[in-house]
Structures are given as structure tokens and as C-alpha cells.
Design a protein. Structure first.
Length: 94
């Protein structure tokens, strides 16, 4: 858990908000998930030299083999979902 908290702090320090970190670093392909390879690449880009594997295990709470914005920061995930629901209600879905 300590490594995951260190990563969260680094993400906020570098990007200012979890949503920005998610979109620009962790979910570059806009798949709404970050797999192990993407996570490793993101940690190299962050220059994180801590326990990458331990952080992955702490973040992948449901052991699905990928992490979501919800697992990084639930408030940011809820913010994004609320925006999507609003946009869909105003403009229709894609």
C-alpha cells in the first residue's frame, strides 16, 4: 500500500489532478483501463524507483489484471462518470 500511496503522490505532484494523470500517462489508449505493460511504462516515465509490483498489487484491488481510474482515485472516477452522464443526457451518446 505504501508504494501505491507514493505513486498517487507523484501523480498529483506531476499532473496536478488524477484525471489529467490518467488521461495523459496511465490510459494513453483511452481504453478506460491500464494494463501491466502500460503501468510499467508509466512508472518509468514517472521515474518511480519504488516497489512497482507491490504498487500494482495494491492498486489492482479486484485482481482483474488491470487498474481503473476508480482504483487510483474514486472521486476522480465519479467526477468523470458524472460528466459523461451529463454529456449523454445533453447531447446523446456516441
Amino acid at each position: 500500500q505504501e508504494a501505491a500511496d507514493q505513486i498517487r503522490s507523484l501523480l498529483l505532484s506531476k499532473y496536478g489532478h488524477f484525471l489529467k494523470a490518467w488521461r495523459t500517462l496511465l490510459d494513453k489508449d483511452s481504453s478506460n483501463v491500464c494494463n501491466w505493460d502500460e503501468f510499467q511504462n508509466a512508472m518509468r516515465a514517472l521515474k518511480f524507483h519504488g516497489d512497482v509490483g507491490g504498487a500494482w498489487l495494491a492498486l489492482d484491488k479486484d485482481l482483474s489484471g488491470s487498474i481503473t481510474l476508480e482504483e487510483i482515485d474514486s472521486l476522480s472516477s465519479q467526477l468523470l462518470m458524472n460528466f459523461k452522464e451529463w454529456a449523454d443526457s445533453q447531447f446523446g451518446s456516441v
